[in-house]
Design a protein around this ligand. Structure first.
Ligand code: PEP
Ligand code: MN
Length: 354
């Protein structure tokens, strides 16, 4: 029994979005085995699709195909379960790894039902994908429901968050959410699913590298023997051979180095950063003191707090300067917005202070 916690980083889970035919599952598994880089074989058997009449998965017969392919290659299998009935069928077929999909994690009753149906199952591994909406607590709750049922090996998969108008990605990564989740469960494995974040194969390498650089423990990437003909998620799938190339090209940086020189140099830079952070904070405090003086002055002269034109001018000059230094507009806007909101809050307080 191979547990994720015993696999050396990065853990690689791969296989088709959906099991389509017995041959497709076996051929994918065989070619993934040949790469020598895949630890867990995935395939969706029940597919919760967004719109009706889309392919909703091959259902129960697929369990045996995936299990047989797993036995033939020696690579453990994982599939998605979306209710307690699926879960029982998968356990009966011999699965010891299951994932909860993004459309299931959003529903606490369903997650609870699945969790109760696996209560006390030893050596069962459950991977909980993030909910489709960017709600950290809902994700945490899904994980806790399994932990409460005595499942020791619960892990998380980050597949991005849907939005009405996605630009670059199919599902916005919102990296700060999985990073906060990791903070809640430091010993849990956190995997990234670049396939569902990207929605197209061209971005896979970039997002995979980013996840590795953020010290994710592994990746779940969809592969298909003929990606363009896949019955679901065709644009984002790649062949097992393309996966192999993508993985070879990844730069796996370590979190720590034992090298004494490296440690010393890093320490020097960190001391510098700490001191800059201290300066930044002191300046912010000083700024907010002046803000309060202005608030008081405006209050005495019956002037409004919000002066939109002045704020737009500040923003414009900052963005130009920051852009020249290579900082993103998005960052500067967010930073200024935070300062502005805090300034308004403080001014409102002093103005209304009788
Ligand atoms: C999948 O892994 O094929 C899948 C349906 O993922 P998600 O639940 O992330 O949409
Ligand atoms: Mn998919």
């Amino acid at each position: 029994m191979i547990l994720l916690k015993d696999i050396e980083r990065p853990i690689i889970i791969s296989g088709p979005c959906s099991a389509e035919t017995e041959e497709q599952v076996h051929e994918t598994a065989r070619r993934l085995k040949e790469t020598g880089k895949v630890h867990v074989l995935r395939a969706g058997i029940w597919k919760p699709r967004t719109r009706p009449n889309a392919f909703e998965g091959i259902g129960e017969p697929g369990l045996k195909w995936l299990m047989d392919a797993s036995i033939a290659t020696g690579i453990p299998a994982i599939t998605e379960v979306a209710n307690a009935n699926h879960t029982q069928l998968a356990l009966k077929a011999g699965f010891r790894k299951l994932w909860i999909g993004a459309r299931t994690t959003v529903n606490p009753f369903t997650v609870q039902e699945i969790a109760e149906s696996v209560k006390g199952e030893k050596d069962l591994e459950i991977l909980v994908k993030n909910p489709v909406n960017p709600d950290l607590n809902l994700w945490i709750g899904g994980i806790e429901r399994f932990m409460q049922m005595g499942i020791e090996n619960v892990h998380a998969v980050h597949r991005g968050f849907s939005s009405f108008k996605s630009k670059k990605y199919r599902n916005e990564p919102m990296w700060e959410i999985p990073i906060a989740l990791k903070g809640e469960f430091p010993n849990m494995k956190l995997l990234c699913d670049p396939s569902h974040i990207c929605g197209n194969r061209t971005l896979l390498a970039e997002v995979s590298q980013k996840a590795i650089d953020l010290i994710y423990d592994g990746l779940m990437i969809e592969t298909h023997i003929s990606p363009d003909e896949a019955w679901s998620d065709a644009q984002q799938q790649i062949t097992p051979e393309q996966l192999s190339k993508l993985l070879s090209d990844l730069i796996i940086r370590k979190e720590y180095s034992a090298d004494a020189d490296f440690k010393k140099n890093l320490e020097v830079l960190r001391i510098e950063i700490n001191s800059i952070d201290q300066d930044l904070l002191n300046l912010l405090i000083k700024r907010m003191q002046v803000v309060q003086q202005i608030g008081k002055y405006k209050g005495e002269n019956q002037i409004t707090i919000l002066q939109p034109q002045r704020w737009e001018d500040i923003k414009a000059t900052h963005i130009v300067l920051a852009r020249e230094a290579g900082l993103s507009d998005a960052f500067i806007e967010k930073y200024l917005e935070a300062i502005h909101l805090e300034s308004i809050r403080l001014q409102t307080r002093v103005m209304n202070d009788k």
